[in-house]
Design a protein around this ligand. Structure first.
Ligand code: SAM
Length: 287
């Protein structure tokens, strides 16, 4: 049998490849090329327009950090808005938090949700049927423009990069409305790329957020298949205290939320340490 490889097309001059054993799905949706493969090293892998979005092997790193950090930093998040995240992994982890009463997920591409349920069932798990979940197929920018003031405690943006359909989620208009629909202690986080290769993404979006939020920062996670070293998760909040919590504070909150002991990457120490940025990353944040 001929060897088959999945070669990621994220960067023109550099990249990763996966030996694949089977192509499970390939769909051209209204918005993007969706493909799902069985690989010999990372389990099932989904790409959008040739770019790795998620692998069963390492999704826990990114999804735990994108979810548990803002929710535990807030400390009393009841209403959570998720934008993108069509694989369902962020939704599942948000609903693990005992205090969450409502989780609204707005994903632009219904085909990503359909194929994720069919070929990546473990990632979303039962979250799709949880009565606290509200899943909307629509554009995140339209949702934030029409949602009521102060409706959410935390917004998690798990989108594609700022090209194509994802571009609108990195604009002034998006952040202005995000600030409007967040409550007084509100926090927004988003995937902000791998600064070794995508420093502009972190610098530009942080500068944009600083126009609408008093407290702008970033934290890091080492995601094996987001190649290029640390992945940054952009942070903007209305209250500086949410990033000044001790390891003990975070551990207490995680225990109360029934998260402690359920994770493979996130821990109270990793949480606090992830905001201590190497200079090559910190220099891209607003002074
Ligand atoms: N973790 C991945 C990453 O960092 O590259 C992202 C995974 S998730 C599958 C990205 C999702 O964002 C995709 O399903 C895509 O359809 C969705 N998306 C892109 N632009 C969007 C928009 N404007 N509104 C809502 N969802 C959007």
């Amino acid at each position: 049998m001929a060897e088959t490889w999945l070669n990621e097309t994220m960067y023109a001059d550099w990249g990763q490849r996966f030996r694949t054993s089977r192509e499970l799905a390939r769909v051209r949706s209204e918005f993007q090329d969706i493909a799902i493969f069985d690989t010999t090293t990372h389990g099932r892998v989904m790409t959008l327009d040739g770019v790795v979005q998620i692998t069963e092997g390492d999704e826990f790193v990114y999804q735990e950090m994108l979810t548990h950090v803002p929710l535990l930093a807030h400390g009393a998040a009841a209403n959570v808005l998720i934008i993108g995240a069509g694989d369902g992994g962020v939704l599942r982890r948000v609903l693990m938090h005992k205090g969450v009463q409502r989780a609204v997920m707005v994903e632009i591409d219904g085909e990503v949700i359909r194929l994720s349920k069919e070929y990546l069932p473990k990632i979303g798990g039962d979250a799709w049927n949880d009565p606290r979940a509200e899943v909307i197929v629509g554009d995140g920018i339209d949702y934030v423009k029409t949602a009521p003031d102060g409706a959410f405690d935390v917004i998690i943006v798990d989108s594609t990069d700022p090209i194509g359909v994802g571009e609108v989620l990195f604009t002034d208009e998006f952040y202005k409305n995000a600030a409007r629909i967040l409550s007084a202690q509100g926090i927004i986080v988003n995937q902000c790329g791998v600064p070794f290769m995508q420093a502009d993404e972190l610098r530009e979006t942080s500068a944009r957020r600083a126009q609408f939020f008093s407290h702008v920062s970033a934290y890091v996670a080492a995601v094996p298949t987001y190649v290029g070293g640390y992945m940054t998760l952009g942070w903007a909040g209305k209250h500086p205290a949410s990033t000044a919590l001790s390891v003990e504070d975070i551990a207490k909150r995680a225990e109360n939320a029934r998260i402690l002991g359920t994770t493979s990457y996130w821990s109270p120490h990793i949480h606090v340490a992830s905001f201590w940025l190497p200079p090559y990353i910190a220099r891209h944040l607003p002074r």
